[in-house]
Design a protein around this ligand. Structure first.
Ligand SMILES: [Zn+2]
Length: 419
């Protein structure tokens, strides 16, 4: 690291050269309620120390409160309107086919790590689920000593594709299952090993929310997971780094007293009113691994095939119990800072205790058996922790006091705002 290096400008934000390694961790689904519980009962002593010695707040994440939009907000340092990744899926109205939004070509602007890498820094990006890997590493040339891989495919990393091989041997862990807490822990342990061995300048470590979907803060398995996170965070912080912790989104219980999910089947409702095929409901939470939430979230998009107007759709659904907001495109883009060219005719947000699906027949809920549905996507899951292990400098103290804290500013605070 060379403190005489010039600052690096990424998407119009200048970042100074890091004085020490900066480690940004996105605890997927890390609702503030988990930390509230574990700080109160003394389960996370390292995080408690960061909060007392560094800086901590609760920030606004990006809407919709899903994994892809928020990871891209963090890694680009911009809101969703600018980076363009507004869900896991959008509907291409030229073909009327849903398009998965995980391709790097769909991400607008640069990532902070790729720009630093191009300026001579060494960077590492590790994610639990492979779906995020390529976007996180957009523009990153791993042949130059940088690392980018997912714990999902930790057993098949190559120097050519990932800038690293033999990850499981390096970390001393078995290949974790897709539905396990080890999938996240491997991300952190690998980041720690690389920090100790190579001391890169920037590390971005992104976990998965299987635990938070499955267990509420008061449940012992969730506490066990957070104890393990806290332990690795302590070991990371001991390496003389700036450690920044946040989440991509929160998590809410969306089940009724009998333990069944409170679902509004929106496609069925719209088909009954306007006829099958007139509207298309897209659930942008969907990915290949849905056993823990059945592709049910708190935010969906509705496109009209042309006959039905946005106002007709809104009028028909806005008073349904459990619908919090039904917004036309312009209003949704203005309220939530979304890219208009990928927004639907109507954006729908459910209340904190309710989720929205498309057609009941198309959602497989067998994976939920025996568990309450906990999920995210709406405005009730946008609040996320924003924690730094080091105190803010005076300029960023003033900034934090004078404007709302946005999670997409976390790299800015960690790199430019700490002592
Ligand atoms: Zn997530």
């Amino acid at each position: 690291m060379n403190p005489n290096q010039p600052s690096v400008v990424v998407n119009d934000t200048p970042y100074r050269w890091p004085l020490r390694p900066v480690v940004v961790v996105c605890v997927d689904g890390g609702d503030p309620s988990y930390l509230q519980q574990y700080l109160a009962d003394g389960s996370v002593s390292n995080i408690a120390r960061f909060i007392s010695q560094g800086f901590a707040g609760v920030a606004d994440g990006s809407m919709p409160s899903f994994t892809c939009p928020n990871n891209m907000s963090l890694i680009t340092g911009t809101p969703t309107a600018r980076h363009g990744i507004s869900g896991n899926y959008y509907l291409d109205t030229a073909t009327w086919q849903p398009v998965v939004m995980t391709g790097p070509e769909l991400l607008r602007g640069d990532t902070i790590i790729a720009r630093f890498a191009a300026a001579g820094a060494k960077v590492v990006s590790i994610t639990a689920k492979d779906k995020l890997r390529k976007q996180l590493a957009k523009g990153l040339d791993v042949s130059q000593g940088h690392v980018s891989f997912s714990s999902e495919f930790a057993d098949r990393c190559t120097l050519a594709e990932n800038g690293i091989e033999n990850v499981l041997e390096l970390v001393g862990m078995d290949k974790p299952g897709m539905y396990s807490m080890e999938l996240s822990l491997l991300v952190l342990e690998a980041g720690l090993k690389l920090l100790q061995q190579r001391r890169p300048d920037l590390l971005y470590l992104s976990l998965t929310d299987w635990v938070q979907h499955k267990w509420a803060p008061q449940e012992e398995d969730a506490r066990a997971f957070y104890r393990k996170l806290d332990d690795v965070f302590g070991r990371l912080a001991a390496c003389d780094v700036t450690l920044a912790l946040t989440a991509d989104h929160g998590m809410s219980d969306k089940s009724n007293a009998a333990g069944e999910p409170n679902v509004i089947w929106l496609q069925d409702i719209l088909d009954a009113r306007f006829g099958a095929g007139e509207t298309v409901v897209i659930c942008p939470i969907t990915d290949a691994f849905v056993a823990h939430h059945g592709a049910l979230g708190g935010f969906v998009r509705v496109w009209s095939r042309g006959k039905v107007s946005a106002q007709q759709i809104i009028q028909h659904i806005v008073s349904i119990d459990g619908i919090e907001l039904a917004l036309d495109k312009a209003t949704a883009c203005r309220m939530f800072d979304l890219p208009a060219d990928r927004e639907a005719d109507v954006a729908v947000v459910s209340r904190h205790d309710v989720c929205i699906g498309a057609s009941a027949v198309n959602h497989d809920l067998t994976g939920l058996k025996g568990n309450r549905l906990r999920t995210h996507g709406g405005t009730s899951e946008t609040k996320v922790p924003f924690i730094l292990n080091r105190p803010l400098n005076d300029a960023y103290k003033a900034k934090a006091a004078s404007q709302p804290l946005k999670s997409w500013q976390l790299f800015d605070y960690a790199i430019n705002g700490t002592l």
